[in-house]
Each structure stands twice: as C-alpha cells, then as structure tokens.
Design a protein around this ligand. Structure first.
Ligand code: ADP
Ligand code: MG
Length: 237
C-alpha cells in the first residue's frame, strides 16, 4: 500500500519480505485492530508511553500476524516492548501448558531488566513470567515446570537442557534479544542448544538487534525462513 510506504518513510522504517502488515498508527490500534484486552492500553498509559517508537510500529504488527521477525533498531529505541507486547497479546491468557515463550538475553542484568519490563506490561493479567535463576535450576526437577514466559541467558538455559531439567518442546515464541551481543559473546553452542530444544514446529522465532554485523544477518537467515526484516535507521530516533 502506498499509504504504508509513505508512513514507513516518514518514520525511517525499512522493511523487506512478503505481505508486510501495515505499521501501527498508534497504540489504540492494539484494541481496535487486534482486539487486545484493555490491560495493555492501561499499562502503556501508566508507563507514559503515548506513541509507539518506529521499531514498535512495525515489529508489533509483524509478530501479531504470526510472522517471524528480524528487527534492527538502535539502543534505546524500545525494542523490548516491540517483542513483549505482541507476545503477551498472542499468549492471550495464562495457561499451564508447559513453557510457552522464551526470551534469551546476553547477560543476567539484561534478563532482569527484560523481566521487569514484562511484569509492568502484563500487570492486571495473571501471566507467570519467570527469570531462569540459579535458584530455579537448583530446584532440580524443572521438567514439570511451566510458565508463560521464561527469560534467561543462553548459558543458564543450556545447562538446564543438558541436565534434561527443562522441557522446551512446547515453546511457541522464541526471541533472541540483543542478538548482536549474543553472537559477539560467542555463545553459539548455548544458543543452538536452546533453539534445538525449542522443537515445536510451529514456533515463531524472532531476532532483535541494535547493529547489523554480517554474523547476525547470516544467523538470522539460517534460523528463520520467511522472516520480515525491519530496519530502523539512526535518523529520526
Ligand atoms: P532497546 O532495547 O531498543 O535498547 P528499550 O526497550 O530498553 O530499548 O527501551 C528504552 C527505553 O524507552 C526504556 O526506558 C523504555 O521503557 C522506553 N520506551 C519504550 N517504548 C516507549 C514508548 N513507546 N514511548 C516512550 N518510551 C518508551
Ligand atoms: Mg534491548
């Protein structure tokens, strides 16, 4: 659509892939267009988020349309909300059907930050959002452990997988956040073990990154089949 193209241009959003959904004009569309329950708008208002950032405008509809997403936008441009918001909307309600979504972050600090952001956005819903801590994995048998969203570093989850402590076969959404840092840190083996363990064939994977080194591009191409690429330039940020 011409209108979408102009809107993207105005917000410095570059996309590639087929059938790219229209970008969000505003957060109200989450209710009007995507039938999201009122808790999300309430939480966004409470956080003081009036307008979606460019990466949110495009990545949120992509993920809400069940498309794989490869998103690149500068640090501080609101990438966390860009994947947490559609994840919560897609999960819809809490459920005890195993581990339903996994977010991988490069460091423990970033994991806790993402955890806090998830909690704020999920306020008013009884989603079970968990941080994969040493304590959690030390509790031994995690095989029957279930939660809506599990946030972890690759290492922590890799160790639990190796000890056959977690069952990731029902994960529906997998996000590799700060994937440039993840790959920079050389965590290939750990990341691969998580990807393999998330064996649900209908899983939706996505990669978020602040920069676009060839390494990340290559990995994105290997990991995803018909991902929509969303790149937000440095200008206008
Ligand atoms: P990134 O992961 O791209 O580096 P973050 O997701 O950490 O960025 O977000 C950076 C900051 O912007 C955070 O403090 C976050 O709460 C805030 N933020 C996110 N989305 C919005 C928005 N739509 N409006 C205003 N602030 C926002
Ligand atoms: Mg981030």
């Amino acid at each position: 659509l011409e209108r979408d193209a102009l809107f993207r241009k105005r917000h410095n959003i570059h996309v590639s892939g087929y059938n790219v959904p229209s970008p969000l004009q505003n957060f109200e569309e989450l209710s009007s267009r995507y039938k999201c329950e009122p808790y999300m708008s309430r939480n966004l208002a409470e956080l003081g988020f009036r307008e979606p950032t460019p990466i949110q405008r495009q990545a949120i509809p992509v993920l809400l349309h069940d498309r794989e997403c490869f998103a690149c936008a500068p640090t501080g441009s609101g990438k966390t909300l860009a994947f947490v918001c559609p994840m919560l909307i897609k999960l819809k309600d809490p459920s005890k059907n195993g581990i339903r979504a996994v977010i991988l972050c490069p460091t423990r600090e970033l994991s806790s930050q993402t955890y806090r952001e998830c909690k704020k956005l999920a306020k008013g819903k009884k989603f079970r959002i968990k941080l994969m801590t040493k304590e959690l994995s030390r509790n031994g048998d995690l095989t029957k452990f279930s939660c809506d969203i599990l946030i972890s570093t690759p290492l922590r989850l890799h160790l639990a997988i190796r000890r056959k402590e977690v069952d990731l076969s029902r994960v529906e959404y997998l996000v590799l956040d700060e994937s440039d840092k993840l790959f920079e840190l050389g965590l290939f083996e750990q990341i691969d073990s998580v990807i393999q363990a998330c064996s649900n064939p209908s899983i939706i994977r996505s990669l978020f990154s602040a920069t676009l080194p060839d390494l990340v591009e290559d990995r994105a191409r290997e990991l995803m089949h018909d991902a929509i690429r969303v790149i937000v330039g440095r200008k206008n940020m």
